[in-house]
Design a protein around this ligand. Structure first.
Ligand code: NAD
Length: 481
C-alpha cells in the first residue's frame, strides 16, 4: 500500500514516529493509502528548514520568485488528469468536478500570486512640506498554513501561494482526511525547482501535527481554513503568543429568491449552490428562502430537478453527486436529517444513505435532500450541516427574510435572486456576510476580499489582502526640511 511522506527541506521523508494513519477512498469505503502520523518532532524539523531557507527566499528577486511559482502552476496544469483523479479518489467528489474546478483553480492560485507579487507595491504618504512617509512591507518569516478536506488542493494552494509570493517560508498541513494532492504537490515543487525549505508539508492529525504548527514559537502567523470550533481553539492558542491569524471558518449561507428573478438561471444555479461537491463547500446556500408567490412552483420544479441528479461512482462522467468525504461525516449529515424530522420538517426528496451496486457498494453516498416546514431558528436551520441537505422556506417581505438570513451565528456568503436593482443593493447592504452574490453563485474574481463575518472568520484572503496579511508593514518617516 502506498505510504505518503512528509516534505521537509526539499526531501520526502517518513514521520519521526514511524507511525501512519489510514487514508480512505470514501466511494468504496476502503483504506487505499497511509499517511504520516506526524507530531512536534516533524514540525520542529520543518520549521528549522523553513527558517534556514527564509533569508535566501526573501531576498530572491521578485521576478525569479514569480518564475518559479509560474513553473509550479504549469506543472499542476500538465498533471491535471492525474491530480483530478487523485482528488476524486481521496475526497469522493466526481472526477469531472475536480477536473473542471479543483485542479484548474489550484494552478490559477499559483499563477495569480506569481503575477500579483510583481505588482505588489507599498504606500507613501507625503506630509505638507514637512516629511515623507514610506511603508515597507517585510515578509514575516516562517508561517503556518492549515487547510480542510472539502476542496483539498484548491484551498491548500490558496494559502501557500500568497505566503511564499510575499517572501515567507511555509510549514503547511493538509487535512488528514484528504492528503493525497498535497503530497503530489511536494513532488511538483521538487520538479519546479522551488528552493528547499521554502515549502514544507507535514501530514497528520490536527491535534498533534496541526497544533504543533500553531504553537511553535518560530511560526509567526497562521492562516487557517476549517471548522469554527477548531478556529476558536487555534485563536485561543495563538492569541497569547501574538501571532497573526487569518481564520476562514464555517457558514450557513442564505439563498434568497425573489419572485421577479430570472427563473431558469436561478434554478440551474440553485441546484449547484445547494449540491455541488455534495454540499460540502463552505459557500453552499443551505437555507433557501423563496418569496411566497413563487414558492409552490419553485418547490415542485426544484424537487423534480433534484430527483434527476445522478448519484454515482465519482469516476463516471455522468455522476453529479459523488460520495461524502468519510463515514463519520456521512453519519453526522444523516443525524441532521433525523434531527430535521424531529423538529417537524418534511422531507420532500432524499433523506437517506444511497447504496450503490458494484465497485461503490460500500461507499458513503447520501441522496440530495430537500426539507421544508421548519422554523428559521430551529437547530437544523442554525447549525452547519455541510452535506447535500437544504431547507426551503417561504417569505413575504424583505424585512422578514433579512431577519431569517441574519439570525445565524455565521456570516460567510449569501446569494440574492432578483431583477430589481434597488432591492438587490438594499438587501446587499443589510445582509451580514462577507460575500454577497447577486444573480450568480461562486463567481470568483481572485482580486476581491474573501472571508466571513461573525463566527465565519477573521480577516480576508484574496488579492492584495492576502499579501498584506503575510507581510508586516513598517513605516519610515523622513523629515524633509
Ligand atoms: P476542521 O476544523 O476539522 O479541520 C481543518 C484543518 O485543521 C485540518 O487540517 C485539521 O487537521 C486541522 N486541525 C484540527 N484541529 C486542529 C488543531 N487543534 N490545531 C491545528 N489544526 C487543527 O475542518 P474540516 O472538517 O476539515 O473542514 C470543514 C469545515 O471547514 C467546515 O466548517 C467548512 O465550512 C469550513 N470551510 C471554510 C471555508 C472558508 O473559506 N470559510 C472553506 C472551506 C471549508
Amino acid at each position: 500500500m502506498q505510504k505518503l511522506q512528509n516534505y521537509i527541506n526539499g526531501e520526502l521523508v517518513p514521520p519521526v514516529s514511524g507511525q501512519y494513519i489510514d487514508n480512505y477512498d470514501p466511494a468504496i469505503g476502503e483504506v487505499y493509502s497511509l499517511i504520516p502520523d506526524s507530531g512536534e518532532a516533524d514540525v520542529a524539523q520543518a520549521v528549522e528548514a523553513a527558517q534556514a531557507a527564509f533569508e535566501g527566499w526573501a531576498n530572491t528577486p521578485a521576478e525569479q520568485r514569480s518564475r518559479i511559482m509560474l513553473r509550479v502552476s504549469e506543472l499542476i496544469e500538465q498533471n491535471l488528469d492525474r491530480l483530478a483523479k487523485a482528488e476524486s479518489v481521496d475526497n469522493g467528489k466526481p472526477v469531472s468536478l475536480a477536473t473542471k474546478v479543483d485542479i484548474p483553480r489550484a494552478a490559477k492560485n499559483f499563477r495569480f500570486y506569481a503575477t500579483a507579487l510583481v505588482h505588489f507595491a507599498s504606500e507613501a504618504h507625503a506630509m505638507e512640506n514637512s516629511a515623507i512617509n514610506y511603508t515597507l512591507r517585510h515578509p514575516l518569516g516562517v508561517v503556518g498554513c492549515i487547510s480542510p478536506w472539502n476542496l483539498p488542493l484548491y484551498l491548500f494552494t490558496w494559502k501557500i501561494a500568497p505566503a511564499i509570493a510575499a517572501g515567507n517560508c511555509v510549514v503547511a498541513k493538509p487535512s488528514e482526511i484528504t492528503p493525497m494532492t498535497a503530497y503530489l504537490l511536494s513532488e511538483i515543487c521538487q520538479q519546479a525547482g522551488l528552493p528547499k525549505g521554502v515549502l514544507n508539508i507535514i501530514h497528520g492529525y490536527g491535534g498533534s501535527a496541526g497544533s504543533a504548527i500553531v504553537n511553535h514559537p518560530k511560526v509567526k502567523a497562521i492562516s487557517f481554513t476549517g471548522g469554527t470550533k477548531t478556529g476558536e481553539l487555534i485563536a485561543r492558542e495563538a492569541a497569547p503568543k501574538f501571532k497573526k491569524l487569518s481564520l476562514e471558518l464555517g457558514g450557513k449561507n442564505p439563498n434568497i429568491i425573489f419572485a421577479d428573478c430570472n427563473y431558469e438561471e436561478m434554478m440551474e444555479t440553485t441546484l449547484r449552490s445547494s449540491f455541488a461537491n455534495q454540499g460540502q463547500i463552505c459557500l453552499c446556500g443551505s437555507r433557501v428562502f423563496v418569496e411566497r408567490p413563487l414558492y409552490e412552483k419553485f418547490k415542485t420544479d426544484f424537487v423534480q430537478r433534484v430527483n434527476e441528479m445522478i448519484i454515482g461512482d465519482p469516476e463516471a462522467a455522468t455522476t453529479r453527486i459523488g460520495a461524502v468525504v468519510s463515514e463519520p461525516h456521512m453519519n453526522k449529515v444523516l443525524s441532521y436529517i433525523e434531527l430535521a424530522q424531529q423538529e417537524g420538517g418534511t422531507i420532500l426528496t432524499g433523506g437517506n444513505r444511497r447504496k450503490l451496486s458494484g465497485r461503490c457498494e460500500n461507499g458513503y453516498f447520501i441522496e440530495p435532500t430537500v426539507i421544508e416546514g421548519l422554523s428559521y431558528d430551529c437547530r437544523t436551520n442554525q447549525e452547519e450541516i455541510f452535506g447535500p441537505v437544504v431547507t426551503i422556506m417561504p417569505f413575504d417581505t424583505e424585512e422578514e427574510v433579512l431577519k431569517y438570513a441574519n439570525s445565524v451565528q455565521y456570516g460567510l456568503s449569501s446569494t440574492l435572486w432578483t431583477e430589481n436593482l434597488s432591492r438587490a443593493t438594499r438587501m446587499a447592504h443589510q445582509i451580514e456576510a462577507g460575500i454577497v452574490w447577486v444573480n450568480c453563485w461562486l463567481l470568483r474574481d481572485l482580486r476581491t476580499p474573501f472571508g466571513g463575518v461573525k463566527a465565519s472568520g477573521v480577516g480576508r484572503e484574496g488579492g492584495f489582502d492576502a499579501l498584506e496579511f503575510f507581510t508586516e508593514p513598517k513605516n519610515v518617516c523622513i523629515k524633509m526640511y
